[in-house]
Structures are given as C-alpha cells and as structure tokens.
Design a protein around this ligand. Structure first.
Ligand SMILES: Cc1cc2nc3c(=O)[nH]c(=O)nc-3n(C[C@H](O)[C@H](O)[C@H](O)COP(=O)(O)OP(=O)(O)OC[C@H]3O[C@@H](n4cnc5c(N)ncnc54)[C@H](O)[C@@H]3O)c2cc1C
Length: 512
C-alpha cells in the first residue's frame, strides 16, 4: 500500500502504528515504512505501561512522538499531537529545484551550501567535475573557475559567485528593515534572541531582530538537541529554529537576515546601530544576543584549507560528502559528540581526537553512551592535531598522541573542529564593560568587573543595573555572550525571556 502511494507520487505526512500490531512489531513497521517515506513524521501508539519501553526505543530510532491509548480526551491527548506532527511536516521549505553548482572543495561553494542548509533551504548539489547536468546548466564557458560557484533558482535565474545577501533576496528573505526606529532591537538570532523577540513582540514592543547568518544561531547547527525540556524524542536545531521563527512571525517580529550590525553607539540615552549596508537604526532598547564563535585551531597550514576540507562547527551540509569516507572530529565536548554521532550515519569511520584524558571530563553521559554504542566511531584521547596537509584541499592530517609520544599522518578529506568558543565583542569595547575574555558583564557582575565594588564608570542612574543590563543603561545582554551564562539552549531561552521583563522596567523608569 505504501509502495503504491510512493509509486503514485502521493505524500504521506504522518505514520502511526500500534506498538503491538497483530502480525508485525509496530516499531519494525515504522522502520520499514519510513524507509519508503523518509520525511514522514513517526508516532507510535502504546499503553500507559508501555511508555518506558517507547522512551528507550527513542534513544536509537527516530520516533517523533507517542500516543497513550485510549487517547482520551481526544482534544487534549490526540488532536494536538496530530496537529503538531502535520504542521511540522507541512512546514518543510516550499522552495524546490534550487541547484548549486561548483567544486566540492571550493570554500565559496561550501559557504553557499552552509548558508542554504542553515536557512533550511533544500538544494541539489551538482559537482562541476562530475555531473553532466552541471555542465549543461552552465553552458560552454560557464565551468571556468571565475563563473563558479553558481546558483540556479527555480525561476531560471542564475547567479555566479553570489553573496549570501543576493541569494537571500532570491529566496524571499528580508535583508533590510522596514523602519528606522524600534522599541526593542535584538542583535543575534540564536535561542536568546529568538526568545526575547517572541516575548518582546507578544508584549507589545515593536521588535526587530537582526541576524548575521540564519535564525537559530549555534543551536541551528545541532543535529539533535536531546536535553531541551518537553521534547523526549529530541529535536534538531533546525526544527527548533523553524518553530521559533514561526512563533516570532506570528507576533509580528521583524526578522532581518542575513544582515550584520557593524557598530553601536549611544547618543543621549538612545542607542544607534549601523548595519553593514551603512544604514542606521535607533531603538529605545538594545538586546545583545550575539553568542559565541568557534575558536580557531592554530596549526601550520590550516587557514588556507578552511572550507576546503577543514570546517569549524558541525556544518551539517557537509554530511552528504562524507559518505564512505574516513573523517576526523577535534574536540571532546557535547557539540563534538553530537557531530560524531550524526556523521557516523554517513561516514565509513569517524575518529574523535580528544586532548583530555577521557570524554567523561567534558561530555554528557547520554552522548558518551551513544558514542560507545556506535561501532564506526573511535575515540583517541590525549591526542591533538599538529599539522594539516594539502595545497588546495585537505589531503591529510598529522596527529600527536601524548600517551605514546608518537606522531602519525593520516589521509582524510574532512576535519571538523569543535574546540570551544569565544565571544567576538571587540566592536563593543567602548560601549559596554567586558571581562578579560570579551564576555559582557551585566547586573551584579559589573561591580566586581571594575574591581572596586562600585557601579561602573559613567553609571549615573539612581538605581542598580538590572540583572541582565550592561554597564550602559538600556543595553541588555542575554545568552552565551554574557559573562557567567550557562551555555545551554534552555538557559539562553530563559535569559532572552527574562531580559524582556527588565526591559519593561527600564522603559517604565525612563517615562517614554
Ligand atoms: C553543534 C552544537 C550543538 C549544541 N547542542 C546543544 C544541546 O544539545 N543542548 C544545549 O542545551 N545546548 C547545545 N548547544 C549550545 C547552544 O546551542 C548555545 O548555548 C546557544 O545556541 C547559545 O544561544 P545564543 O542565542 O546565546 O547564541 P548563538 O546561538 O551563538 O546565536 C548568536 C547569533 O548572533 C548572530 N550574530 C553575532 N554577531 C552578530 C552581529 N554583529 N550582527 C548580527 N548577528 C550577529 C550569530 O550569527 C548567531 O546566529 C550546542 C551548540 C553547538 C554549536
């Protein structure tokens, strides 16, 4: 029946099976059915006593949800689950037939793939050296390197070497704000910025969120967030971002992306930001939610290979290329662990290179267990990368094992690096107080930050700074960029929401 539907090019949104079907195991049925309809949402029907078993199953098989029989009352226990699954399925991006043409190891092509993947835009990758279709679309002179990479849009428009902003315009993203004055201007569209935008706009603030790459931030790079409350089956960062963006749009948050805030200054009590296109925006309040970015690995030869086999962060768009390859992941924290599990589904082998004694020091137990149970993942502890090799693309890496005191050179096309992150707040140094690593100080930390137990220099208000307020009244901070923040999705969302509470107090106190 399902094969016939597939053959007839029909869609299937949700597959639901009773855990104990009369002739086949319900989970087995879902496994087979989902190999026919890969994007269908999967749910299983179980008894109250059977819930624990289903939760165990979720650890190794993608189940989107489960229903407890008799699903009573249906308006609480049946319809909302179905509505959510169907809405989730329906929200797959509508853009089809977008093609990206280039060379696999071109950093520019990687940047385009990464941009599209982060924005959840499906695309077909055509390798100019392998696919005839690529040469046909490019025409006789099109495969010259000066014409690559190229993007062909569904309406036939072809752009060569496009910027992210040019692609964004073609796929209908908004890259310029409508107004020039807002109640709340949020810089950064990760979980903190998204949460603040939803709370701000839903509570009546005219809210703009400016995001450099794609809403979702670092969380959008996560293949599976398993510790976010309320999602026992886990949810991908892309799914979280998509849901949050839909919620923000519902409350009429204006989202501008990709767009960069280049500078911030304060005139009187009004913050003014300058965007990368030179335009200026004013706002009653600013929320800095700019997160952190990956630290660079400092080994000879690495910089020229970034995007050409060396990748910072779990750029999920590269998974497709890792099929049957031997790949390496540097880092021993949760983000590296998630990436290892994700890439193990594609790569022949995944080797984690961990500087510490073991993963126990830095990784959550659930991920350590998953890694142990994945046969094609190997963990090498007390091991570091000391050199990378290749002229135009990564060809090999040299690693050093501190246990054996030996170096070894290994052939590979892909090295993914997850070695901690730092805030890039240099551009804010004259506006807000920061700690020695560049994290922004807020609330009670400000008095310790200047070392004398008093409020920061220039603080003229007759009150303490609010908890999430910076040394500049009216400029608030949330999430990973904040000094002392807990680097977790849930904590960031909590801070984004809490910041709005203080923003209201600030606005009331300034009698606008
Ligand atoms: C691969 C990976 C997996 C993870 N998995 C988990 C997990 O399973 N569970 C968990 O709890 N946490 C996880 N984390 C951590 C979690 O994602 C972060 O703590 C969280 O995303 C931080 O949110 P944020 O909004 O503070 O910052 P970010 O997510 O870093 O977002 C900041 C945003 O600001 C934008 N930005 C920066 N500067 C500017 C500017 N000048 N102009 C415009 N935009 C700007 C950036 O482009 C970015 O999108 C993971 C992180 C990674 C990288």
């Amino acid at each position: 029946m399902l094969r016939k539907l597939k053959h007839d090019e029909e869609g299937v949104a949700v597959l639901v099976a009773d855990r104990k079907l009369s002739d086949v195991d319900g989970i087995e049925f879902l496994k087979q059915a989902s190999s026919i309809f890969e994007d269908a949402k999967l749910a299983v029907l179980t008894t109250f006593e059977g819930r624990d078993e289903i939760i165990e199953t979720m650890k190794e098989f993608r189940l989107d949800d489960y229903l407890v029989k008799q699903c009573q009352p249906p308006d609480q226990s049946l319809y909302p689950v179905f509505d959510d699954l169907v809405a989730d399925w329906e929200s797959r991006p509508a853009i089809e037939n977008l093609k990206v043409i280039g060379s696999r190891f071109s950093p520019e092509a990687h940047q385009i793939r990464d941009f599209l993947a982060r924005n959840c835009v499906p695309f077909e990758w055509l390798d100019v050296d392998r696919d005839q279709e690529a040469r046909r679309l490019l025409g006789p002179s099109g495969s010259k390197s000066s014409q690559l990479p190229a993007v062909v849009f569904p309406n036939g428009t072809k752009l060569t070497q496009p910027t992210n902003a040019e692609i964004a315009k073609q796929i209908g993203l908004k890259v310029h704000p409508e107004g020039d004055f807002y109640d709340l201007l949020i810089i950064g569209g990760g979980p903190s910025g998204l949460a603040a935008s939803v709370y701000g706009a839903s509570e009546g603030l005219r809210t703009l969120m400016v995001e450099r790459h794609a809403p979702g931030g670092q969380a959008g790079l996560s293949s599976m967030i398993e510790n976010y409350l309320g999602f026992p089956a886990g949810l991908s960062g892309a799914d979280l971002a998509r849901r949050a963006v839909a919620q923000a749009r519902k409350f009429e948050v204006e989202i501008v992306s990709p767009q960069v805030v280049e500078s911030l200054r304060v005139e009187g009590s009004t913050p003014i930001v300058t965007l990368s296109d030179g335009s200026e925006l004013r706002s009653h309040v600013i929320l800095l939610a700019t997160g952190v970015q990956w630290r660079r690995l400092d080994v000879p030869g690495i910089d020229r290979l970034v995007g050409a086999g060396v990748y910072y962060g779990g750029t999920l768009a590269e998974a497709f290329f890792c099929r049957n390859e031997d790949i390496y992941i540097v880092g021993g924290a949760n983000s590296a662990g998630q990436a290892a599990v994700y890439f193990s589904r594609y790569a022949r082998t995944v080797t984690m290179l961990v500087r510490g004694e073991s993963l126990d020091e830095s990784m959550s137990r659930y991920l350590i267990d998953q890694i142990k149970n994945t046969s094609n993942i190997t963990v090498l502890v007390r091991t570091t990368v000391v050199e990378v090799h290749g002229k135009e693309r990564l060809e090999a890496i040299t690693i050093f094992n501190a246990n054996t005191n030996k170096k070894e050179t290994l052939r590979t096309n892909a090295l993914f690096i997850f070695i901690g992150a730092l805030p890039h707040t240099e551009w804010l140094k004259d506006v807000v107080n920061r700690d020695d690593h560049g994290f922004i100080l807020t609330g009670p930390d400000l008095s310790q930050g200047n070392g004398n137990g008093h409020w920061p220099k220039g603080w003229q208000l007759n009150r303490d700074p609010y908890w999430l307020e910076s040394s500049q009244p009216g400029i608030f901070v949330a999430g990973d960029v904040r000094h002392g923040s807990v680097k977790r999705v849930a904590a960031c969302i909590g801070e984004g929401a809490t910041a709005v509470q203080f923003i209201h107090q600030y606005l009331e106190s300034t009698e606008r």
